[in-house]
Design a protein around this ligand. Structure first.
Ligand SMILES: Cc1cc2nc3c(=O)[nH]c(=O)nc-3n(C[C@H](O)[C@H](O)[C@H](O)COP(=O)(O)OP(=O)(O)OC[C@H]3O[C@@H](n4cnc5c(N)ncnc54)[C@H](O)[C@@H]3O)c2cc1C
Length: 586
């Protein structure tokens, strides 16, 4: 079969904030850019971001990037790479002002400056009073950013392949990645997109869990493609559970609610966060608040008939503030649990939210792998940015408001590096037919109409296994059982089929391909979690309750065959002194 081909300077897989920020930079530099997205670009998950983006603009309280850097290093439980963190925090103000110029309608203070709200883990003066650092467009910041970036890309003539699914990366005979095989979802037709450089910006893998804030599209496709290309995934044991998902449903109630003055109570009507984080209280970092809620419920102080959640109170803020600053979360609460938070508290419980681990990159967005001479050797022409990447600015625990910042800063940085790369790599190289055939087999395998188990059942079971075996609290035996169960599911997937044999719908094929990807990510997560015998950030082991900097201040690298390696944390910042590990109190 001859597969149609298109050629571009750069292929970007993913049209969320990371992909679109990179595409804009490249298109404005006159590179020919293809952006492939399995959903229409403005439906990418960035659209769901609510609370805001961090930058030390100092519009509300005194602030500077160095304090932001300190908070991010501390928030990461010292696993974040300090060169990347310095780079991101220094770039933050410029990136936010750029957004303003792209047309993002930020909320305003009475002075006319960009509105900023308090978020968890933010401080002034290296751990002092609460900072107010998160720039917001009401509680729809991601929506505002994504739409503005899309419009700017249309103006810059970025070429979009909307509703195309990337199946796998394509290489030459030497293994250099030169684009991807994609499928047009409407027709099921394959297309080869050849590129001199490729940027993966496919977002996170929140669909690993049953209760999640993430959309159905967040299936870790780019991470799995990278694994199949022989590249390891970094720090996959660190998965963030957001403290305030709507109980039993998972939809997010932004941390901005607590930033505006909302607080959590248990069945005794006690503000229990005062016990767990005497200074920051409800604005302690997310890992700490999530664990506190789980403990309250476990110890019998949960609310509701089943005592399985706590309550988030905001009625004291008044109807005007709620309607002006938090209209989206009010609507979510009314829609999903029929509670108007102007009058009654919202039932909440921790919910799967953010993939801290991902494709290892440096601060130029280059994908890096360990080789004999160095733990981080860049792969020429191959980049990753956004939630699928691990640069690593979030380490073991991401601070709220730092992901939108991450995707914008490193989307832009990757594009700038690609512009230089393209100057030195002007011609397309021949593709390896073997690599194309291999990618095609991944697609055609789902045309097999012989009997087999349903893909949907396996997916539902996988999400339950991950929730039961690799959630807020973990221990050796529970994780070991989790590995065994994921392996059984993985074997079952090899014999699974699309069940409606009269006609195979392309959307069903996409879901099957996504499940294959999720399966590899599940293995990476649970195997890496089983191996890390300490508690750090979001990885909380009941059998190893302390952080162990002597043995575990290092990044994990998981390979497709299940092997793990480790590499050092980049503890040296670019220009300032290192923040050495300290006990983390809020
Ligand atoms: C509900 C919610 C609220 C949040 N609020 C905030 C907040 O207030 N502040 C903050 O900093 N962070 C927030 N976050 C986190 C932040 O929004 C995300 O981490 C970030 O937007 C991810 O952006 P991205 O560009 O990496 O990926 P995404 O926006 O997820 O985009 C991924 C893109 O990849 C494409 N894609 C994936 N796989 C394929 C494939 N196989 N083929 C083709 N295309 C593919 C998708 O179509 C999509 O275009 C929130 C997250 C959630 C879930």
């Amino acid at each position: 079969m001859t597969i149609p081909k298109r050629q571009f300077d750069t292929l970007i897989i993913g049209a969320g904030g990371g992909g679109l920020r990179a595409a804009l930079q490249l298109a404005q530099a006159d590179a020919s850019v293809a952006v492939v997205s399995k959903v229409f670009p403005t439906r990418s998950h960035t659209v769901a971001a609510q609370g805001g983006v961090n930058a030390a603009l100092a519009n509300v309280t005194e602030d500077n990037w160095h304090w932001h850097m300190f908070d991010t290093v501390k928030g990461s439980d010292y696993l974040g790479d300090q060169d990347s963190i310095e780079y991101m925090c220094r770039a933050a103000s410029r990136v936010v002002y750029e957004l303003e110029h792209f047309g993002v309608p930020f909320s305003r203070l009475d002075t006319g400056k960009i509105y900023q709200r308090a978020f968890g883990g933010q401080s002034q003066n290296f751990g002092g009073a609460q900072a107010t650092r998160t720039c917001a467009a009401a509680d729809r910041t991601g929506h505002a950013i994504l739409h503005s970036l899309y419009q700017q890309n249309i103006r810059a003539k970025t070429h979009f392949f909307d509703e195309y699914f990337a199946i796998d990366l394509i290489s030459d005979d030497k293994g250099f990645i030169l684009g991807a095989l994609v499928m047009e979802i409407e027709t099921g037709e394959p297309l080869l997109i050849e590129a001199k450089s490729t940027l993966i910006a496919t977002g996170g893998a929140g669909q690993l869990y049953r209760t999640t804030t993430n959309a159905l599209i967040n299936t870790g496709d780019g991470m799995a493609m990278t694994l199949r290309a022989g590249i390891p995934l970094q720090d996959m044991e660190f998965f963030q559970f957001h403290p305030t998902g709507i109980a039993g449903r998972g939809m997010l109630i932004t941390e901005g609610v607590r930033g505006e003055g909302g607080f959590l109570v248990n069945s005794d009507n006690e503000r229990f966060m005062e016990r767990y984080a005497p200074n920051a209280k409800d604005l302690a970092s997310r890992d700490i608040v999530s664990r506190a809620i789980a403990i309250e419920v476990r110890e019998g102080r949960g609310c509701g008939p089943d005592k399985d959640h706590v309550l988030l109170k905001i009625d004291h803020l008044g109807a005007d503030v709620i309607k002006k600053r938090l209209p989206g979360i009010r609507q979510s609460s009314i829609t999903f649990v029929k509670i108007d938070p102007i009058y009654d508290p919202i039932p909440v419980y921790p919910t799967a939210h953010y993939t801290m681990g991902g494709i290892p990159t440096n601060r130029y967005g280059q994908i890096v792998v360990p080789e004999k001479e160095s733990p981080e050797v860049p792969i020429p022409g191959l980049y990753a940015a956004g939630e699928c990447a691990c640069v690593s600015v979030h380490g073991a625990n991401r601070l709220g408001g730092n992901s939108l910042l991450d995707i914008l800063v490193f989307g832009r940085a990757a594009a700038n590096h690609i512009i230089g790369y393209l100057k030195e790599n002007r011609y397309h190289r021949p593709l390896s037919q073997e690599s194309v055939d291999k990618a095609m087999q991944r697609l055609t395998r789902w045309d097999d109409k012989s009997p087999g188990e349903s893909v949907d059942e396996i997916k539902n079971e996988l999400k339950k296994v991950m929730e039961d075996h690799c959630s807020v609290f973990r221990d050796k035996q529970v994780l070991k059982d989790g590995i065994d169960k994921v392996n059984v599911l993985s074997d079952r997937l090899t014999d699974a089929r699309l069940t409606d044999h009269s006609k195979i719908f392309n959307t069903a094929r996409v879901e099957a391909l996504e499940l294959e990807n999720l399966m590899d990510i599940a293995k990476a997560t649970v195997v890496s979690a089983h191996a890390r015998e300490e508690s750090r950030g979001a990885h909380s082991r009941v059998d190893f309750t302390e952080r162990d900097d002597v043995h575990w201040l290092k990044h994990s690298l998981y390979y497709l065959d299940g092997q793990l390696e480790y590499k050092p944390v980049r503890t040296k910042p670019l220009t300032v002194d290192t923040f050495p590990p300290k006990p983390r109190v809020y």
